[in-house]
Design a protein around this ligand. Structure first.
Ligand SMILES: C[S@@+](CC[C@H](N)C(=O)[O-])C[C@H]1O[C@@H](n2cnc3c(N)ncnc32)[C@H](O)[C@@H]1O
Length: 289
């Protein structure tokens, strides 16, 4: 196992109990990143009439469980023993299964209407992200869906912190700024037809985050459209997650900021693309063509 994945496994084995609290809607008054991502998947399951789900890197199993209440079959897999143990102990239903497996070492002999993976691709090498997209094509039925969350590279331009300083030194800065402007005024259908930003990793040493892993990838929407298109997936939607009405250094100083962030997430606004540059993550929905 390479360093990034080994660090990820170590971190989440230790953090499983803490993660369980974070994921539990009853233990948090306001929606956090984990819950916003999970709600997005559940809403799409309802909208797209999805009947079966495999949640990759399912953590403590909250999404798999919520999905199992509205679909025929729900499966969660995670390579952390502690995460899966917590999931199995807390959530029991006939149509719900949890497996302690590494996604890349699993033989999938069943196909699903949807594969979800929240907070997953950031912990993989670039090569493995491409492999993940290719393997998913075999797991997801034709014309059905993949939904995943990603950290947002565009947010680096607006967080005005160390990430911004690093980003500013790169020649790619202008492209990402143009992409942010495009999100603010273009329709989704026109936006995804723009010249793609190359799928590549952040080429600077990343400042440490709350999760003790050296490398956590970030991508822009057009970078993901690029890699999805090359692998014959049609991108259908982006949804901002953890919108920041103020810079991160001020965000946690005042509860109202998080309330406003939830307000943006829950608003019925039909076009949420303009919120993406100011969101630390976003969701991607794509169809297996
Ligand atoms: C950030 S947590 C997200 C958990 C859950 N999806 C959520 O949003 O609450 C990432 C999870 O991915 C799991 N993971 C990372 N790489 C994996 C791999 N190769 N195979 C299976 N699980 C993996 C980790 O153990 C961890 O539980």
């Amino acid at each position: 196992m390479y360093k990034q994945q080994a660090q990820t496994k170590l971190f989440f084995e230790k953090d499983a109990k803490n993660w369980q609290i974070k994921s539990d809607v009853n233990k948090n008054k306001l929606l956090n990143t984990v819950q916003e991502r999970n709600f997005y998947v559940v809403n799409q399951i309802k909208k797209l009439k999805i009947n079966s789900l495999i949640d990759v890197g399912c953590g403590t199993g909250d999404l798999s469980y919520d999905a199992s209440k509205i679909i025929k079959k729900s499966v969660g897999i995670d390579f952390s023993k502690n995460m899966i143990r917590l999931a199995q102990n807390k959530f029991k239903r006939k149509n719900l299964e949890f497996y302690n497996k590494n996604f890349f070492k699993t033989d999938f002999n069943e196909r699903f209407d949807c594969l979800s993976a929240n907070g997953f691709i950031e912990y993989l090498s670039l090569k493995d992200i491409v492999k993940f997209i290719k393997i998913s094509k075999k797991i997801v039925k034709k014309n059905k869906f993949i939904i995943f969350g990603t950290r947002n590279r565009l947010f680096n331009l607006f967080s005005l912190n160390k990430f911004s300083e690093n980003e500013f030194k790169k020649t790619t800065f202008k492209k990402f700024y143009e992409e942010s402007i495009a999100l603010n005024h273009m329709k989704f259908s026109d936006f995804i037809r723009l010249k793609k930003n190359k799928f590549e990793e952040v080429l600077f040493k990343q400042p440490k985050t709350a999760i003790n892993v050296d490398k956590r990838h970030q991508f822009s929407p057009l970078q993901l459209v690029d890699i999805l298109k090359k692998n014959n997936w049609e991108t259908l939607d982006f949804c901002p997650i953890n919108y920041h009405p103020v810079v991160p250094s001020k965000y946690h100083q005042n509860k109202e900021n998080k309330i406003f962030s939830n307000y943006i997430y829950l608003s019925k606004e039909s076009n949420k693309l303009p919120f993406i540059p100011f969101s630390s993550s976003f969701m991607v929905l794509a169809k297996n063509k």
